[in-house]
Write a protein that binds this ligand. Structure first.
Ligand SMILES: *Cc1c(COP(=O)(O)O)cnc(C)c1O
Length: 220
């Protein structure tokens, strides 16, 4: 059994049925994705639209492609026909653009509102204050072809588990506050290094790259 096959099987066996595993395949070749696919994996995450689109074209059509990286508005059109979930919706301008392109494709695109929970400097995501305001004012409902199905957050890249726990807990609280009104189903938290902590805070979707495919040659 290959290492990728083994890793996928292990994750499937250890994660609760309520948790979705997103296999983060960014920078990895199609052969690696095919191995994971053969092991039953169908949900893959990428952080660059061009790379994801190339892979979508080449690989089986029942793969669900998740965009997990920062999205430039002028590139939304390339993924609008097929993207299954955008984890990184973090500003109004982007909601507007996703709505426009979804409409053109006669689709409703599911997104997660990305919230900045890391105490360390991070560029992307809405601040928790703005996210709460955004949700309270129902701003997302101005975009009929965009459906906000939950929240996404990334903890700081630190060893301090108390800090990571505190950051995930902040997102868990916001999620629970708005869960019923919005019918939220997805709380996307946790990567290779911190997913066990995220699961303790109610994560329903983990984004795991290196623990499945091995270390990446270049990180982005
Ligand atoms: C790369 C990436 C991951 C996966 O990271 P690993 O540490 O390799 O598991 C998860 N989420 C986002 C947003 C990423 O960019």
């Amino acid at each position: 059994m290959s290492e990728i096959t083994q890793n996928i099987s292990q994750f499937k066996a250890s994660l609760s049925e309520k948790v979705t595993l997103v296999a983060v395949s960014k920078t990895k070749p199609n052969e690696d994705i095919e191995e994971a696919y053969a092991a039953g994996q169908r949900v893959f995450g990428e952080n660059k639209i061009q790379e994801m689109t190339d892979k979508w074209e080449a690989l089986p059509k029942d793969i669900q492609w998740h965009m997990i990286g920062h999205v430039q508005t002028n590139k939304v059109k390339y993924m609008a026909p097929y993207v299954s979930l955008i984890h990184s919706a973090d500003r109004l301008k982007l909601f507007k653009e996703i709505n426009k392109e979804a409409k053109k494709n006669d689709r409703i695109i599911d997104v997660l509102l990305q919230v900045k929970i890391a105490e360390e400097d991070s560029k992307f995501g809405m601040s928790p204050e703005n996210a709460k305001e955004f949700l309270e004012h129902n701003t997302a409902n101005n975009y009929p072809n965009v459906r906000v199905v939950g929240l996404m957050g990334m903890a700081s890249f630190v060893d301090d588990e108390t800090q990571i726990s505190r950051e995930f807990s902040q997102l868990e609280k916001i999620y629970n506050t708005f869960k019923d009104t919005y019918g939220f189903k997805v709380l996307s938290m946790g990567m290779s290094g911190d997913y066990p902590i995220a699961l303790k805070h109610g994560s329903t979707m983990v984004r795991v790259g290196s623990a499945i495919f091995g270390a990446r040659n270049y990180d982005n």
